[in-house]
Design a protein around this ligand. Structure first.
Ligand SMILES: Cc1cc2nc3c(=O)[nH]c(=O)nc-3n(C[C@H](O)[C@H](O)[C@H](O)COP(=O)(O)OP(=O)(O)OC[C@H]3O[C@@H](n4cnc5c(N)ncnc54)[C@H](O)[C@@H]3O)c2cc1C
Length: 474
């Protein structure tokens, strides 16, 4: 493992600003080398987030002799992996109904089973690597706070039952039980699934980076990949400003940054999700707010919100709603947005009025990746030597672990239950060219916002939002 040395001037504070979670990353950061000379390895992984690191982990476990290199433009955990809401959940971007229509009911059930198991695999793998990422499996409470939300929640429950899932997967909570778990205003019920753990994501990402290094993986930071070239019989290669890496397999694990790679401009769009966090809150607050078993929480509105009680008794709360930026641009300037952060603070105070007057210590954000058909995928093409995983649409904390283990099997040629899951080798269509892409995505975001407003006004489920869901194939 690389020795601990003082970070480069300005480096640590810069990364500490990435999220509440990054503030707790131990300093100094290990000084990992940048790649400055050509390299020949068995597997080269581009991107040092959960996808890249879990893939490296699984390959190193499967075959310790494999020469594996991870190339990261910034530092491990710099991307969404170090900034997210910390829901280690069994959620999958594509709905169960859509998965069934596309792949059949058995494939959908296999996918669900694998996702549920993955929540526990993340906890167990972190523990076995000695990573304390504050893993607490308290499930998820999705509050119901209006009649329109209730109609949607009941429809979700009904669909779940019709697909063969029981109370142990998703169940209805009456208002009393819901309020015991999450003491939020306006609660008239909730749905509950046990398949989610709250985690501290930056500690997991950084701990994983150390763990893969201990297992012999070479991790190069501050190394930007300019291009991934498919193999023409001679194996693929990766080009950085100062070097070329030749490998038998190259794994693309760049999620929201994928469109910055030549040839992948329209594979995935980056959409920003933003978060805020309070200072640690006292026992009086928690007595009313509940969240004692640290379930993650949201409600059944259209524009996604998500929250967790952190291990140090803060509320960390996020939501979508930031605009999509023309040309799939990704920039640190988009990590914060005054109006979206203000709206998130307002929404949280509306849920928990006792927060009025409480100081919010952090506001941050990051890009997540959305494929055109909302269908995450993992795959490996033996002909070109190229592998990939992603398009998680904001549900990548656990799914990236499943992706990493699946890539481990695909690359080492281990035909397993994982390699037969329906998302394996799925190819999403490309996004439209601009300006259609900008118009379509932002129109969709506005539709969701307006649907929530109209439901709050007249209490009836929005038909426009339902139509949008159908257009997206959900
Ligand atoms: C604010 C926010 C909240 C979220 N909340 C949740 C949640 O609660 N639960 C959940 O399941 N999901 C959540 N997500 C999504 C989840 O964080 C991601 O799906 C997951 O972290 C993706 O992991 P990844 O490794 O594929 O991508 P990332 O973590 O984004 O990693 C990609 C890495 O690739 C590097 N990279 C990119 N291009 C290059 C290049 N050319 N050369 C070298 N390196 C490169 C980047 O620097 C980055 O470190 C959230 C996302 C955000 C932004």
């Amino acid at each position: 493992m690389a020795p601990d040395v003082a970070p480069r001037a300005g480096t640590a504070p810069e990364y500490a600003r990435l999220s509440l979670w990054w503030e707790a990353v131990p300093l100094p950061l290990p000084a990992r080398p940048a790649l400055t000379e050509d390299l020949q390895v068995d597997v080269c992984i581009v991107g040092g987030g959960f996808t890249g690191l879990w893939t490296a982990h699984s390959l190193a476990l499967a075959d310790p002799a494999l020469r594996i290199a991870v190339l990261e433009r910034e530092v491990a955990g710099f991307g969404a992996s170090g900034r997210n809401g910390g829901w280690c959940s069994a959620l999958f971007a594509t709905s169960d109904g859509a998965l069934t229509r596309r792949h059949g009911i058995d494939a959908m059930r296999a996918m669900r089973r694998a996702l549920r198991e993955t929540v526990d695999v993340v906890g167990a793998s972190a523990a076995s690597e000695g990573i304390d990422c504050h893993f607490k499996k308290g499930g998820t409470v999705d509050l119901v706070r209006s009649d329109a939300q209730k109609e949607r929640a009941l429809a979700t429950l009904e669909e779940s039952r019709s697909l063969g899932f029981g109370e142990d997967d998703l169940r209805w909570l009456g208002p009393e039980e819901a309020l015991t778990l999450v003491g939020a205003t306006g609660t008239i019920g909730a749905t509950f699934t046990p398949h989610c753990a709250a985690i501290q994501p930056a500690l997991l990402a950084r701990g994983l980076a150390d763990a893969v290094e201990r297992r012999g993986v070479r991790l190069y930071e501050h190394t930007e990949v300019m291009e991934i070239r498919p193999g023409n019989g001679a194996g693929p290669c990766v080009v950085t400003p100062e070097s070329t890496v030749r490998a038998d397999v190259v794994v693309r694990a760049t999620e929201a940054w994928t469109p910055t790679l030549p040839g992948s401009e329209r594979d995935i769009v980056p959409v920003y999700s933003l978060m805020v966090a309070t200072e640690p809150l006292g026992p009086d607050f928690w007595q009313a707010a509940g969240l004692g078993s640290r379930p993650t929480f949201a409600d059944h509105r259209h524009m996604i919100i998500y929250g967790q009680r952190t291990a140090d008794d803060r509320l960390a709360f996020g939501g979508r709603g930031a605009p999509y930026h023309y040309g799939s641009t990704v920039s640190p300037a988009f990590d914060t947005d005054r109006s979206v952060h203000a709206l998130l603070r307002e929404t949280l105070v509306e849920l928990f009025p006792d927060l009025a007057g409480v100081r919010f210590s952090n506001g941050w954000g990051g890009p997540l990746g959305i494929p055109r058909d909302w269908h995450s995928s993992v795959g490996y093409d033996r002909d070109t030597g190229l592998a990939w995983a992603g398009g998680y649409v904001g549900d990548g904390v656990a799914t990236s672990n499943l992706a990493g283990r699946t890539l481990g099997d695909l690359i080492t040629g281990n035909d397993s239950e994982l390699t037969r899951l329906p998302w394996v080798n799925h190819r999403s269509p490309r996004w439209e060219r601009e300006p259609l892409r900008w118009l379509g995505i932002n129109a969709g975001l506005w539709t969701m916002k307006l649907a929530d407003r109209s439901e709050a006004r007249n209490g009836r489920p929005s038909k426009t939002a339902r139509m949008l869901g159908r257009v997206l194939g959900q």
